[in-house]
Design a protein. Structure first.
Length: 79
């Protein structure tokens, strides 16, 4: 189960990405069986790779500073 701090940090990560990619929208924040946190976002097809690259350093900083493994997963053409 995601705790308050994990949810807060995942939301902040999404908010930072939203500044760079205003067309994305949050689908879900969920915990995976390996205890990593996935931030699932709807994105245009052409932005998926750029979103993953932009989130990489931010996700690594979160892991090093807070100990939470948070990944951003773009999903294309989700309505």
């Amino acid at each position: 189960m995601i705790n308050f701090k994990q949810e807060e940090i995942a939301q902040l990560l999404f908010d930072k990405l939203k500044e760079e990619f205003p067309e994305i929208s949050l689908l879900e924040i969920s915990e995976q069986p390996d205890h990593s946190i996935w931030v699932k976002v709807a994105s245009p097809k052409e932005d998926g790779l750029e979103i993953i690259e932009a989130s990489g350093k931010k996700s690594m900083d979160i892991l090093l500073n807070h100990g939470y493994h948070i990944l951003v997963m773009p999903f294309e053409d989700v309505k």
